[in-house]
Unconditional design. Structure first.
Length: 83
């Protein structure tokens, strides 16, 4: 994972190189916005959608493939921010 862009205090963009289950590079962006007394975090991911991933999406859906990773990552970020 490599930070490829940062616009303090509102955005961080990282390149992520995956080796498993497929070799691919994705870009993830974390955008932060003030929301009352808290911060709203939006996490997006972009990258090449390999044929095998397209097939898996038909049967499992994008949320089924990645949702648990997004939720776990955001929960971890929340725990760190609240320390």
């Amino acid at each position: 994972m490599t930070i490829v862009d940062a616009q303090a205090p509102s955005k961080v963009k990282v390149a992520v190189d995956w080796a498993k289950p497929f070799t691919v590079r994705n870009t993830h962006a974390f955008t932060l916005a003030a929301a009352g007394g808290s911060t709203e975090v939006t996490w997006t991911a972009e990258g090449t959608n390999l044929y095998m991933m397209k097939v898996m999406e038909v049967f499992v859906g994008v949320d089924g493939l990645f949702g648990k990773h997004f939720e776990a990552g955001l929960m971890h970020l929340k725990q760190i921010a609240e320390r």
